[in-house]
Design a binder for this molecule. Structure first.
Ligand code: MSP
Length: 639
């Protein structure tokens, strides 16, 4: 039984970050999960290397396109190795095998009458590689806001318009083809609105796959990129793919273009496309301009790859957007991994050592733990099967808590002091049950936490590799009485939040600088100070005197202060500001401060802030609030 899955092949004009890692980590999880169900699993990822943007990035970096793409694709590979991901094929669109398969598919589509030559003039966004339909010259791209360019050229076109009915029939007959349902519905409405033909070649670009016998045409973007899923496994009998995992922004290409290309070529369609949501940084879009892009490497170095995996899978509901923050990452780690799983492993194994000389005793039924374990085996697998990873993890953690409670109730430390009645048998049963539950938990968690569950597995003294455990036959009683446990060592040492975050932020700056060099960015020249603005620009900023009425630190954050501030408007405003490390509530209540009153509201830790407090700081050190020596009423405007 084969299972072939893919991640998107990533553009090489951005260095890898946690967003790319997210998809690739989930793919690795599914690979391990399916592997434990007995499938022969093959995972493809890769790099999308052609196009104008890459030509331009390479030029900026002073490299040829291939030198540039060699370097960046190697960086992606290095990331996946660092995170220990089980990639089988890393497909580069610059590879000769890929060029051959793309040309094959083109030939098939053409022979079947779905390709024609035409001329096209349109507004094009070179950043997103998209023609912007209905745009006029000078219009910005609706996605990124950059100006579009007018392009006229002879192109080969793909008759996408011919596939409307077949595509709708596909979504109808195979509801699983595009998931989750929200995305499927979007796609259906889009297709129902009518499809335009697609230009699939360019003549004004050199860095692309030549269309055989049709110089100077080269294939363009999606007709090149999507086919990587097939070319990666050319000749391996793995097509069609069982799953394409993607982010929600490329749904249209995967659910409309891709099946249409394959239908036109007369080839089998992938079985399923699943789109996850976006990973945000503290609820904001990650972007270079905001300087808030998070990379995986610092997290892996400080907390380990499993900590990152766990956070992404537990904290984010797969399919929906989710938010990353250092607070949440470290919080989850300490509460669930260090205090939860790690603690269960070390206390259980330590007791086996202490009370039974390191040998697993013969066990009994394990009270309520055994039936709960049986339920968890079912629930977790069903959830994982449905890509409900956070739900699956929740059910596994309920078992962990139940075992903790069971240990406390049985109090093995008391049983160990008594040799009367059934105390020794009770102790055996308790230790066996805790260790057996730990074995089951580890096997279920292996796809999510491969590195640490492997350690727990060997500490339990289990023979064989954890990944060889057949999930379908996982059941209570697998632990052998008499089995010697291995050497115990902590799997998830507790982390001090502040130093861990500081260390990660420091590494983040280093990694970002190194990646900038890789991408050919010259170090930024020292800023000459902000550009001069006209008085009108300044007057757009509504600065007001505000009086702080209430202040309290935001729970779960060291920096944020939640305040209500009177701006003379009758109704006080809620304002959240990053000043809690410098000021306590008592320093603030009753104080007159300066507020930017016309900023768009912004959510911080789930609280909507309706203004920004003005403060100065030296080299990003502690903020010092702006204020007045004379008294001035709340609501007065500064200008
Ligand atoms: N090259 C195309 C895909 C071609 S597939 C035939 C592309 N590349 S990309 O580098 O922009 O990668 C997009 C993918 O990276 C997303 O679909 C998603 O899988 C992942 N992500 C990148 N940033 C992300 C977040 N901030 N959050 C979640 N996933 C993100 O599009």
């Amino acid at each position: 039984m084969k299972y072939y899955l893919t991640t998107p092949i990533y553009y090489v004009n951005a260095a890898p970050h946690i967003g790319h890692a997210y998809t690739t980590i989930v793919a690795d999880l599914i690979k391990r999960f399916k592997g434990m169900q007995g499938y022969h699993v093959v995972l493809t990822t890769g790099s999308d290397e052609h196009g104008v943007n890459v030509e331009r990035s390479a030029e900026r970096a002073g490299k040829s396109p291939i030198e540039f793409t060699d370097a960046v694709s190697a960086e992606f590979k290095r990331q996946w190795e660092m995170l220990g991901l089980g990639i089988d094929h890393f497909q580069r669109t610059s590879s000769p095998q890929h060029a051959r398969v793309v040309n094959d598919l083109f030939r098939r589509c053409r022979e079947n009458g779905f390709v024609y030559k035409g001329s096209y003039t349109g507004q094009y966004c070179i950043f997103d590689n998209l023609y912007v339909n209905d745009a006029k010259p000078g219009d910005p791209c609706p996605d990124c806001g950059r100006p579009t360019e007018t392009i006229t050229e002879e192109n080969f076109f793909f008759k996408l318009s011919a596939f409307q009915d077949q595509l709708l029939a596909l979504y109808e007959s195979q509801p699983d083809f595009m998931q989750p349902d929200t995305r499927r519905n979007e796609v259906i409405s889009f297709v129902k609105a009518g499809l335009s033909d697609l230009s699939i070649t360019r003549t004004n670009i050199k860095w692309g796959i030549p269309v055989e016998g049709e110089a100077p045409h080269v294939f363009y973007v999606w007709f090149d990129a999507l086919i990587a899923y097939m070319s990666a496994v050319d000749g391996e009998n793995l097509w069609p793919a069982d799953l394409h995992l993607i982010g929600k922004e490329i749904v249209r290409f995967h659910a409309i273009y891709w099946p249409a290309f394959l239908m036109a070529a007369g080839l089998p369609l992938p079985k399923r496309v699943f789109a996850h949501g976006w990973l945000l940084f503290e609820n904001d879009k990650m972007s270079k301009s905001r300087g808030n892009i998070v990379r995986s490497e610092p997290i892996q170095k400080v907390m380990g790859a499993d900590a990152l995996r766990y956070f992404l899978l537990r904290e984010v509901v797969f399919g929906q957007d989710g938010s990353f923050s250092y607070d949440a990452l470290i919080g989850r780690y300490n509460s669930d991994l260090a205090n939860g799983l790690g603690n269960l492993a070390s206390r259980t194994l330590t007791m086996v050592n202490q009370y039974r000389k390191g040998a697993i005793p013969a066990g009994g039924a394990g009270g309520a733990v055994a039936p709960l374990a049986a339920q968890t085996i079912q629930a977790a697998q069903t959830a994982f099967e449905n890509f409900e990873f956070s739900k699956g993890l929740e059910s596994i953690w309920s078992l962990i808590s139940a075992v903790d409670k069971f240990i406390v109730e049985r109090a093995p430390w008391k049983l160990a002091r008594s040799s009367e009645g059934d105390a020794p048998a009770q102790l055996d049963d308790t230790l066996y049950s805790a260790a057996e539950a730990l074995r089951i938990v580890s096997a279920l968690l292996y796809p999510v936490l491969p590195e640490s569950t492997r350690k727990i597995w060997s500490q339990l003294g289990m023979p064989g590799a954890i990944e060889e455990v057949g999930l379908t036959s996982l059941a209570w009683g697998g632990l052998q009485a008499g089995q010697k446990i291995g050497e115990i060592s902590g799997v998830f040492p507790r982390l001090e939040a502040k130093p861990a975050e500081d260390k990660m932020r420091q590494l983040e700056a280093e990694v970002t600088a190194a990646q900038a060099v890789l991408m050919g960015k010259k170090p930024e020249p020292a800023p000459e100070g902000p550009a001069k603005i006209a008085i009108d620009d300044f007057l757009k900023v509504d600065l007001r005197v505000g009086m702080v009425l209430t202040a309290a630190p935001v729970k779960g954050s060291t920096k944020l202060m939640h305040m209500t501030v009177d701006l003379g408007e009758g109704q006080p405003r809620t304002i959240v500001a990053g000043i809690a490390e410098a000021y306590g509530p008592q320093d603030l209540i009753g104080r007159k401060v300066v507020i930017v009153a016309n900023l768009q509201p912004r959510k911080l830790k789930g609280i909507e802030s309706n203004g920004m407090i003005v403060a100065a700081s030296v080299n990003d050190g502690k903020p010092v609030l702006a204020g007045f020596h004379e008294d001035i009423p709340a609501g007065a405007r500064l200008k």
